[in-house]
Design a protein around this ligand. Structure first.
Ligand SMILES: *Cc1c(COP(=O)(O)O)cnc(C)c1O
Length: 365
């Protein structure tokens, strides 16, 4: 069996050990005589899966007791609307626009109130992150929203905004669990799971309890559509209706893997830093490929690069796929190439990719 190295930005690779365990448990989950895909979400087996998965996320991400963790359908994109619907109590919020997803989040928020764009890196095609300490934040903003790792442009916040009395909300879809995070700096952290955690079909939100029970200015909490109301779903332990059972189960397996096979997020970070360093060091060592991002803001998860021409980019992606390195084509907004090197991408894949890149360079420069 030949498994490819899948550099897709998402859905993306899962750890092979996790896939094997899911395979082993597929037909008869722990003596239940059925697969997790088939069982009732109210069964004792699934109840244990949901409870254990939540507890494992809490341990792995070191989530304090005054935060709730919930499983939501609709992906990260639905969170773009849920955040203002639930939290925009003053009718306005501050948005930092550092790429396509934060732009979309701000556009969604503008449907419910005023989304103030307090900083943007559009002037340099999102190749850097604005200085978070030089921003004129609104003291009356309901929250500050950031996208902490910009999947498409390959940038990452190295420091996050902290304003007294104004909660920070972060989209961490493409960086969650890549390194430890200080959850207490945030009012809400949300992420689609298909980048670094599980199969597509779910988002997870971690919400500080004092933010529950509210709603956007001009509406009551009861007017929020039920499935978009954090309070309803979180108070029902994500069991208000049928949850995305398979995604929750797979999330549990990945948390178990992170905790026991890897040894926690501090270890995961070391592995990820080493992987990213191999690729960035190579990019900096030659003049055929270029990475446009200001070095201080380089993403550890999404590495963008271009060759000297669009034709060579195309030839590179085709030859790479032939050699077993698939989905290296960059996002249409950026062009060129993008290697998404999430947790499940093995270090040796990066070594082999760099060897391939060097061979391609020699043949084409
Ligand atoms: C992929 C991604 C999204 C969109 O996620 P969906 O689950 O497809 O809605 C949002 N934000 C970031 C940072 C992403 O990487």
């Amino acid at each position: 069996m030949a498994r490819v190295y899948n550099f897709s930005a998402g859905p993306s690779m899962l750890p092979e050990a996790v896939l094997r365990r899911a395979q082993a448990e597929m037909l008869d989950y722990q003596g239940s005589g059925q697969s997790v895909m088939e069982m009732s979400h109210r069964s004792k087996w699934f109840d244990a899966i949901a409870v254990n998965t939540e507890a494992a996320i809490r341990r792995v991400l070191n989530v304090p007791d005054n935060y709730k963790i919930g499983f939501f359908q609709g992906g990260a994109t639905q969170q773009f609307a849920m955040v203002p619907l639930n939290f925009m109590t003053t009718g306005k919020a501050d948005y930092l626009v550092t790429g396509n997803f934060s732009k979309k989040a701000a556009e969604e928020a503008a449907k419910f109130g005023t989304a103030n764009i307090v900083a943007s890196s559009k002037d340099k095609n999102f190749t850097y992150i604005p200085d978070v300490n030089a921003i004129n934040y609104d003291k009356d903003a309901s929250y500050i929203h950031i996208c902490q790792n910009n999947t498409i442009f390959g940038t990452k916040f190295k420091e996050v905004p902290q304003v007294d009395g104004v909660p920070l909300v972060a989209d961490m879809s493409s960086m969650i669990c890549s390194e430890p995070v200080d959850v207490s700096k945030y009012g809400c952290i949300y992420f689609g799971v298909q980048k670094n955690i599980a199969p597509a079909g779910m988002a997870i939100a971690i919400v500080r309890e004092d933010l529950l029970g509210q709603s956007a200015k001009g509406m009551t909490p009861e007017q929020i559509p039920t499935m978009m109301n954090y309070t309803t779903l979180l108070n029902a332990d994500s069991m208000y209706n049928t949850p995305p059972c398979w995604c929750i189960y797979m999330t549990g397996l990945v948390m178990d893997y992170l905790e026991h096979d890897i040894g926690g997020l501090a270890e995961m970070k070391k592995i990820n830093e080493a992987k990213a360093k191999v690729l960035y060091d190579y990019l900096d060592s030659q003049d055929f490929y270029t990475n446009p991002v200001q070095h201080a803001y380089r993403s550890m998860m999404n590495v963008t690069f271009t060759s000297p021409s669009a034709e060579l980019d195309k030839a590179f992606c085709a030859a790479a796929a032939e050699a077993g390195f698939v989905n290296l084509k960059g996002h249409r907004l950026v062009g060129g190439m993008r290697a998404s090197i999430y947790n499940a991408m093995p270090p040796k894949a990066i070594d082999e990719l760099v060897q391939f890149m060097e061979k391609f360079r020699k043949e084409n420069q």
